[in-house]
Design a protein around this ligand. Structure first.
Ligand SMILES: Nc1nc2c(ncn2[C@@H]2O[C@H](COP(=O)(O)OP(=O)(O)OP(=O)(O)O)[C@@H](O)[C@H]2O)c(=O)[nH]1
Ligand SMILES: [Mg+2]
Length: 228
């Protein structure tokens, strides 16, 4: 039986709220292949970015306890559009096309990059980017380019290690190493999260982190800054 205390009225920073939020209906809103096709910027968004095949779609499915909400693929570069899901009518989860897929046609890579760049640098309701990094591979040149671009556009981002079930016992070490890298980036959150979409590791913590964004006043249509 599902425990009951979860509540939409629990404060946004609490686990109760996070568990309630991610147990709600999550529906597909739009798949955009161009900037004009983006849905209106009228709801907070958190986006999942990362190299092709890093596990973005799998992580969204794990967070929302769906098997196939976001399409998971054995073929790298499968998600070619920006895909929007709306959770409880309160928050959008955004599945970005993977980058760094070398076998894609050049023209296609250029248009993906333009679309992602435009989205990441010009989306006023984008609250945070989760930058997914394969725990076995660490930061690649393409990741560093994206980090630099996010620093420039002052979009706060947090690194999330994926596929930690395949890493064995070195997870803490990988977190520490990449955390050291992140510390040099002004827009990067200092804490590196470790997850496994298949084993569920770190998923609850990520839900809590995402739900917590709703507790912060910035971007909520009210002036940030004054307490009370
Ligand atoms: N072992 C393991 N495999 C995973 C995990 N997450 C994803 N995978 C596998 O990695 C592959 C790619 O996963 P996706 O979720 O499609 O990755 P993606 O980043 O959305 O890929 P693109 O949309 O193509 O950029 C699939 O075969 C998944 O089953 C994980 O936590 N552990
Ligand atoms: Mg995908």
């Amino acid at each position: 039986m599902t425990p009951e205390p979860r509540s939409p009225d629990a404060p946004a920073g609490t686990r109760d709220y996070a568990e309630w939020l991610f147990a709600q209906e999550c529906r597909f809103v739009a798949a955009a292949a161009s900037i004009p096709a983006l849905p209106p910027a009228d709801l907070d968004e958190v986006a999942f970015a990362g190299r092709s095949n890093v596990g973005k779609s799998s992580l969204i499915n794990a967070l929302t306890r769906r098997r196939a909400l976001a399409r998971v693929s054995g073929t790298p570069g499968r998600t070619q559009e920006i895909v929007f899901f709306e959770l409880a009518g309160r928050l959008r989860l955004v599945d970005l096309p993977g980058y760094g897929y070398a076998a894609a046609p050049k023209a296609k890579i250029a248009s993906w990059n333009d679309l992602i760049d435009a989205y990441l640098s010009g989306r006023p309701n984008l609250r945070r980017v989760y930058l997914l990094v394969d725990s076995r591979h660490g930061l690649k040149p393409a990741d560093r380019l994206v980090m630099a671009a996010l620093d420039r556009s002052a979009v706060v981002y947090q690194i999330v290690l994926t596929k930690c079930d395949k890493l064995g016992s070195d997870v803490a070490q990988a977190q520490a190493e990449i955390g050291g890298d992140a510390a040099a980036h002004p827009a990067a959150h200092p804490e590196v999260l470790a997850t496994s979409a298949t084993k569920g590791h770190g998923i609850e913590a990520l839900r809590a982190a995402i739900a917590f964004l709703g507790a912060e006043p910035e971007g909520r249509g009210e002036a940030a800054g004054g307490a009370g």
